[in-house]
Design a protein around this ligand. Sequence first.
Ligand code: GLY
Length: 425
Amino acid sequence: MRVLVLGSGGREHALSWRILHSSSCDKVYTMPGNAGTEEIGENIPGNPEKIQDVLEAAKKIRADLVVVGPEAPLVAGIADALRDEGFLVFGPSAQAAMIEGSKAFSKKIMLDNRVPTGKAEIFANFDLAVSYLKTLEPPVVVKADGLCAGKGVVVAKNYEEAESALYAMMVEEKFGSAGKKVLIEEFLEGEEVSFFVITDGKNIVPLTSAQDYKRAYDGDEGPNTGGMGSYSPFPQISKKDEEELIEKIFEPVLNALKRMGLPYIGVLYGGLIKTSENYKVLEFNCRFGDPETQVILPRIEGDFLGLLASAAEGNLNNAPKLSISELRALTVVLASGGYPEKYDVGYEISGIKEAEETGVIVFHAGTKRENGKVLTSGGRVLNITAVEKSFKEAHSKVYNAIKHIRFDKMHFRKDIGERVMRIEG
Ligand code: GLY
């Protein structure tokens, strides 16, 4: 199969890499890709959010399957446009992608179908939101309804923080139309975990779990980022827990979408929290996680591309069988100094080969190749990943490999995996 992967981050390098290592893959193209995807396939210039760019590329390369990485093109309708032109697509329609594109839509489906989640009220009027806020005991969570690139959720420790988050979203329109509607949600205490399933709208293939590190600095300090590192699996999830997640969370939501006439094709990512009672849903995402993909895909054995294609065909029952290895995977993100706020790009990166020679996988994110050099071109730059028998071994391999890599103002967390190593070793 000839596959077009849309996106340019670490997730898309991991997807392109895993697709290429599937028996049914002939060639992988990535739009626009990065210096890593260029090495293993072919990058196609273009913007995945521009339907014209994507259709032209899919036609030109005669794509047998298009795999959509990020949420924005999905919410913008890229899967629908491609399907209308007869392409096979791994990714939900714009309407089904509203499970991520609108937190109000998603919350309503959960509450209507008794899916465990925090209580929430939805407001489109600032004064009404403030009146409701005054009746609550902090902490509370304020969430913008629409897509905000991971910045639309504020955990407010007191009334003032919650009110100023509401003001910024609803009155100042900090996130444009995405914050005109907000959710004021119950704060839930516990460890966060990501769980991924593949679905063709009727059948579900569970993949596995991961945990990511959202804050910029060690000890979970500093601003929220797209994710500074992750590991897989989340060992506290037992087989029985996984079965319960499917039965109580994923099946009811996917069945509800089907009843609404919005069958969901693609990966459904549950952002969950392990509370003292049970696993509850914080949010759903309509795509793979980043950097979770970098730790889940290296643990998947078998024809991964065959699975994605079967889901896209609505034929998951006949998909090739995959297995998930018991190995432990860990990744650390090397970021540009200043990320997630202001940062500079264009710095030369050295030592990637030397790092790879120690046995890690280097997934590129914000990188580009110019005159034979690899340069930084984004906030998150590289993901250094190891897959070993224990988290301790994976951790030591990753941090040793990082010693080889250099670029100006490089920043990374030093504590990825510490919690899980205390649990498991
Ligand atoms: N790592 C969080 C996300 O992909 O949304």
